[in-house]
Design a protein around this ligand. Structure first.
Ligand SMILES: [Zn+2]
Length: 280
């Protein structure tokens, strides 16, 4: 699907599952399970969905999702499935390989967004996209290198330190137009220095929600994850960005939604709601 000068494609990197309580924070299960049913272990099926932005001689990948370095124990905890879909399979459907990626924008360094950034070669982790520059917000980089006890487990060095070692890391500071026609919007509520690409188009731009709105069920402002580090900041950011999205006719891209990759939105009676799915 085309946005401005770029063709955009959803790129699945794998499936995983997370505890429903953690996904919906203070929202009672009796409410969230109507929208997103959990299994007998209370797990909700999720996707790790990246976005390929192709145009102006570039193949830009947003987030790298699940890779192949997780331990068996973690794979089991998160019910990781990279057999039915993974980054190599998804890129090959688009006629690409990892070496065709020119730029990788990482929204933040929690493992389900960046595990695929590196792969094991001859026993050590190296950049998976060997011809790409990787873009990360400076603030997020500092946090990943000095994490708090709260989300330390989500920051695994092998997913980002090899990028610095290989000299492919570009630390960027704050919101900016990163490439012609692609803006970076920064939020700080889920984790400081989370960045969201906005592919600009005159009539409807494409916004990469990342963990600000991980699934379509998280559109109501108070429906947010227990993983969010600064909930009050997140609520304020979500309110403002959703108002802007509505006004500017944005299509929202949901990285973790099990069923819906992208959608247009409308003002509902109480909350902003899905208007119609957009296939991408
Ligand atoms: Zn996250």
């Amino acid at each position: 699907m085309k946005f401005g000068d770029y063709e955009c494609f959803s790129v699945e990197t794998g499936k995983f599952a997370i505890d429903g309580g953690a996904m919906f924070g203070v929202v009672p299960k009796i409410l969230w399970e109507r929208k997103m049913p959990a299994d007998e272990k209370n797990l909700i099926p999720l996707r790790a969905r990246s976005l390929l932005i192709q145009g102006k001689g570039k193949n830009i990948l947003i987030d790298t999702g699940i890779g192949d370095k997780l331990s068996e124990k973690l794979k089991q905890i998160y019910q990781v499935d990279i057999d039915s879909a993974n980054i190599n399979m998804s890129l090959s459907k688009l006629g690409l390989t990892c070496s065709d990626i020119t730029d990788v924008i990482i929204t933040h360094l929690h493992f389900d967004h960046t595990e695929g950034s590196t792969s094991i070669m001859d026993g050590k982790a190296v950049p998976t996209f060997q011809n790409a520059r990787y873009y990360i917000q400076k603030k997020q980089w500092e946090i990943a290198n000095n994490p708090s006890a709260r989300d330390r487990a989500s920051y695994m060095e092998e997913n980002f330190m090899p990028l610095e070692k290989a000299g492919v890391l570009n630390l960027i500071d704050g919101p900016q137009e990163i490439f012609e026609g692609i803006d970076i919007i920064v939020t700080n509520g889920h984790t400081p220095g989370q960045q969201h690409p906005l592919v600009k188009d005159k009539t409807r731009s494409l916004f990469f929600c990342a963990d600000l709105i991980p699934t379509s069920a998280h559109l109501p402002v108070p429906w947010h994850m227990a993983y969010d580090n600064f909930p009050m900041i997140l609520i304020d950011e979500k309110q403002k960005l959703l108002a802007r999205a509505l006004k500017e006719n944005w299509i929202l891209f949901f990285e973790h939604d099990p069923y819906l990759a992208a959608a247009s939105i409308k003002q509902g009676e109480k909350n902003i709601e899905i208007n119609s799915p957009v296939s991408i």
